[in-house]
Design a protein around this ligand. Structure first.
Ligand code: ASP
Length: 320
């Protein structure tokens, strides 16, 4: 992958990096149409977020905008087109963290919030409460001017089919054969702005046929999302339970802050060392450090991913 290292000496040069989940469609079954749709969606998210950074906007603005574009796109498992739980309901998780202030906001198990990242952002502004669940999250969003949608708004034929298939796999005892793509996905964004500030945001429907009430890493600050201007901003994707068990987001930051590791070393050890060694599910992330270096590691067959700077736009799904 091309790197953005050449920008490392200029902290005021903005960078935005995103992922659309490490549950990428296997290369062999990715049709040219699906390939183009995913790449276009990634490009749109990058360009939307970058336009704000370029105009001097904050990293918080950029990550929220990039994630919102992906929440609107049914290619990704977040917002419209999110995965269905085993009861056939969408329960949405999202979070956002501002590296400049340490403020953070999150929702889990929301059923009626069209753009979960917008509500996570609004909660980050108050940071108390920081994390709201289920009906309380939906109600808070309604009280703060976010128009509610019916839960069925998020449903697409592809997600209904995926649920059906996963339930059949359970019946026939073949869930082990399910691809990462059949299981999950998530979207996330990290950014460095012109003022040297970092932010991260993540949004997901979790995984197909998850138990009702199951909460993954995406809304857990320190697990699926973390940002601190002293080190890095990170958004994770993959088996959320693993990210929670190792406090993945905070682990990356701590490796850099206390262990003196570079972002590249810390991310390599976290994904290909710690999380891979636990087994039981794929893992990937996007992260940017305070110098503007970007990493996009994953241990699955592919991860929807990309980054953008003033003179580079990179999008990819599988290994180049
Ligand atoms: N991390 C998400 C979760 O466990 C799913 C994913 O990224 O694929 O909810």
């Amino acid at each position: 992958m091309p790197t953005s290292d050449e920008h490392s000496s200029d902290p005021h040069r903005p960078v935005l990096a995103i992922h659309g989940g490490c549950g990428a469609i296997p290369r062999a079954s990715l049709t040219p149409e699906a390939n183009a749709a995913a790449r276009n969606a990634l490009r749109r998210a990058l360009e939307t977020g970058y336009a704000l950074l370029d105009a001097g906007g904050s990293a918080v603005d950029a990550v929220a905008a990039a994630v919102q574009v992906m929440e609107d796109d049914p290619v990704f498992n977040a917002g419209y087109g999110a995965a269905l739980n085993r009861a056939g309901v969408h329960e949405l998780d999202a979070s956002l963290m501002d590296g400049a202030t340490g403020r953070a906001g999150a929702i889990a198990g929301a059923r009626r919030i069209r753009h979960p990242v917008r509500v996570a952002r609004a909660l980050a502004e108050v940071s108390d409460p920081l994390l709201l669940i289920g009906e309380a999250a939906d109600a808070w969003a309604g009280e703060h001017g976010f128009e509610p949608v019916e839960n069925a708004f998020f449903t697409t034929p592809a997600r209904q089919e995926a649920l059906q298939k996963m339930l059949e796999r359970e019946q026939s005892g073949t869930t082990a054969g399910a691809t990462e793509q059949e299981k999950h996905g998530t979207v996330g964004a990290v950014a460095l702005d012109r003022h040297g500030h970092l932010a991260a945001a993540t949004s997901t429907g979790g995984y197909t046929a998850k138990p009702a009430g199951r909460v993954g890493d995406s809304p857990i600050i320190g697990a699926g999302t973390w940002a601190d201007d002293r080190t890095c901003a990170i958004s994770g994707t993959g088996k959320g339970e693993l990210f929670i068990r190792v406090a993945a987001g905070h682990d990356l930051h701590a490796r850099m802050l206390y262990g003196g590791q570079t972002l590249a070393q810390a991310a390599e050890e976290l994904i290909h060392g710690t999380l891979t060694a636990l087994g039981g599910g794929g893992a990937g992330l996007c992260a940017v450090d305070r110098h503007g270096n970007v990493v996009l590691p994953y241990n699955t067959e592919g991860m929807y991913r990309g980054f953008i700077t003033g003179d580079q736009l990179y999008v990819a799904i599988h290994e180049d």
